[in-house]
Design a protein around this ligand. Sequence first.
Ligand code: PEP
Ligand code: MN
Length: 353
Amino acid sequence: MELESILLPGIEPKRPIVIAGPCSAETEEQVMQTAKGLAAKGIKIYRAGIWKPRTKPGGFEGVGEPGLAWLKEVRQETGMYVTTEVATAKHVESALKADLDMLWIGARTCANPFAMQEIADALRGTDIPVLVKNPVNPDLELWIGGMERLNNAGIRRLAAIHRGFSSYEKKIYRNLPQWHIPIELRRRIPELPIFCDPSHIGGKRELVAPLCQQAMDLGFDGLIVESHCCPDKAWSDAAQQVTPDILAYILNLLVIRKDKQTTENLNELRNQIDECDNSIIEILAKRMRICREIGTYKKEHGLTILQAERYNEILEKRGAQGETCGMSAEFVRYVFEAIHGESVRQQMEIINK
Ligand code: PEP
Ligand code: MN
């Protein structure tokens, strides 16, 4: 494939390149409010679907053409670049006429070579950046084939979006990540940028952060995340959208490792560890202060220091919490046994004073 950079002017070549915005453009107000929230957090590329592929008829199928005017308004008011999903030649024509900055092709469309060819033909002669989602089925050749059709039509600014693969059984993920597929894509076409779409892989808000981190750990170039000013009120994909504030929080917590580990990268990671350790000490000191207050209360009310039921509850709960965060329950129990030991020691001091 002959490829050129998808980086638009002003977008730093720094991982992750972030695209964010609602699943669907719903109203002018929702589009603008979300856009302003994201722009305030430094997001530079705004997404919103205006033609929505729905599993069953009767769902919200997007606002259509009027949404293009809202996207232009977003660009004018916030300076963000704007992108939407195209699935037919007609969509491409309208999106080009509206002068959008970037386009993406959805998973259902990528699974259909006729549709991909029709889109490629409609794009011929333009040099707009196009992002191609993996097909819904885990077929790398079909994914690459779709991108080749665009490339053969002269589209050089291409990137892939990994959004997971459908499966009949729904477990934790809405769409299984099957990370080996984008990894193989990277091996086959190393110069092709790959974005991760944690929203459609996870299908739930809680999974957005860990999936973003996994994508960064695997060396992905960008993230495309669904963000909505009022996620619970979203007309499509409500469970997987996050507010602009939460998105900024998630991005801020990402640990970005460089491809090649240099002493400088290592120092940077060690500084991050120092910051974490400082926070741990501060939070432990706060916990101990509260424990001493409880000690005073126990002394005044003649209560015993060790309340076995409460102690067991803490060990159980923290162990389980730790497991959901990727640590062994045994390790977390061990840490909390030590913390509890110190709390008891401090309360003894208070009681014996
Ligand atoms: C979307 O990005 O909102 C969308 C419809 O995604 P996908 O094609 O991955 O299902
Ligand atoms: Mn969506």
